[in-house]
Design a binder for this molecule. Structure first.
Ligand code: CTP
Length: 333
């Protein structure tokens, strides 16, 4: 960091497929390291082709993965189609001082360590991988949706199917602490003058459709509260729902630049009390939200008070479509 006029550049990369709290936490920690040196955080997203060549087909495509990473509040600069291996010539080409990676080993298609050069040159900082969350585990839980209604039978089926070591209950192993919530929180409350917008739902497996709806909602005011339904409410959607626990879903939402705060375990029916105590001036409804109460009960109060705004052009991706892709990928590769 010899030149005082130059801002250091810190690089973190990934596939960021079905982005989960572990990925968000890696980006958050990389941003902290960038802040420590007064630097910029540059985030690299690998292309579908690069992921296919090195670890197998991603579930989400280039556009879908980029949309989620671009929405993350800790990203200063975004690069697309970065190499799976962060070699020294590559780090030099983007003027990065060092890169950041979780404490697992990423193996290239030829079996070599993707960060070997950076390690040898002392240009890597390792952050602790977030315990209890991985794409393999999420895929296992998603596959439970297609299987036997008996949870134990379904779990072993899915584990055999993906070779995943998933828990027999299929339940998330993620351990939320209040410290983790605090690390992700914006720490901001709305001022009296700010127009507060509210949107609620499950937000299970945060995807491009959610991100677009959330940015649309945020554009309608100055402060966005997201009401996250608890696991019991989300479980009404069917066996093995939700895939992500309430706290995992909340952490993902808190990672987005458009979300100011979340309500953990928001009521399935938007009450007059909620609208008043949170000073909500606009309620946004996404028409393809499949969850929850019937529309008249869920949004009745907001309609009565003239606060409801409907979104029209929402992205067609859904949890069912994601599961179909996983099965399709498994049969093709
Ligand atoms: N990461 C993490 N904690 C996790 C999962 C991922 O810190 N539970 C980190 C990885 O170490 C990497 C970054 O997130 O620095 C991006 O990871 P990515 O390449 O997208 O995937 P994987 O490391 O394979 O993670 P997963 O197995 O969950 O897909």
């Amino acid at each position: 960091f010899g030149d005082p006029s130059r801002r250091p550049r810190v690089y973190v990369d990934g596939c960021f497929d079905m982005m989960h709290s572990g990925h968000f936490n890696a980006v958050r920690q990389a941003k902290l390291l960038a802040d420590e040196v007064g630097g910029t955080l540059v985030v690299g997203v690998h292309s579908d082709a690069e992921i296919l060549a090195n670890k197998g087909p991603p579930v989400m495509n280039d556009t879908e993965r980029l949309a989620v990473v671009a929405a993350v509040k800790w990203v200063d600069e975004l690069l697309f189609d970065t190499p799976y291996s962060a070699t020294l010539p590559f780090l030099d080409s983007i003027d990065a001082d060092f890169c950041v990676h979780g404490d697992d080993i990423s193996i290239n298609a030829d079996g070599t360590d993707a960060y070997a050069e950076a390690k040898a040159a002392g240009r890597i900082k390792i952050v602790k991988r977030t315990e209890g969350v991985s794409t393999t585990d999420i895929v296992g839980r998603l596959l439970l949706l297609t299987r036997s209604p008996h949870p134990l039978a379904a779990a072993s089926d899915a584990a055999a199917y993906v070779g995943a070591n998933i828990s027999s209950s299929g339940v998330s192993q993620f351990l939320p602490t209040t410290w983790r919530l605090r690390q992700f929180s914006s720490g901001r409350t709305p001022t009296a003058a700010e127009r507060v917008v509210y949107i609620d739902g499950e937000f299970d497996i945060l995807h491009i459709g959610h991100v677009q709806a959330l940015f649309e909602a945020r554009r309608r005011g100055d402060f966005l509260f997201v009401g996250v339904h608890d696991d019991k409410t989300a479980s009404k959607r069917g066996p093995h729902h939700p895939i992500m626990s309430l706290h995992e879903r909340a952490l993902s939402l808190l990672s987005l630049s458009c979300v100011d705060d979340v309500i953990l375990g928001a009521p399935p029916r938007i009450s007059a009390d909620l609208l008043r105590t949170m000073n909500i001036s606009t309620v946004v409804r996404s028409p393809d939200d499949p969850a929850g109460e019937p529309v008249p009960e869920r949004y009745g109060k907001a309609v009565e008070l003239g606060l409801l705004h409907e979104l029209h052009d929402t992205h067609p991706i859904s949890l069912d479509a994601i599961v179909r892709r996983i099965i399709d990928n498994r049969s093709r590769f």
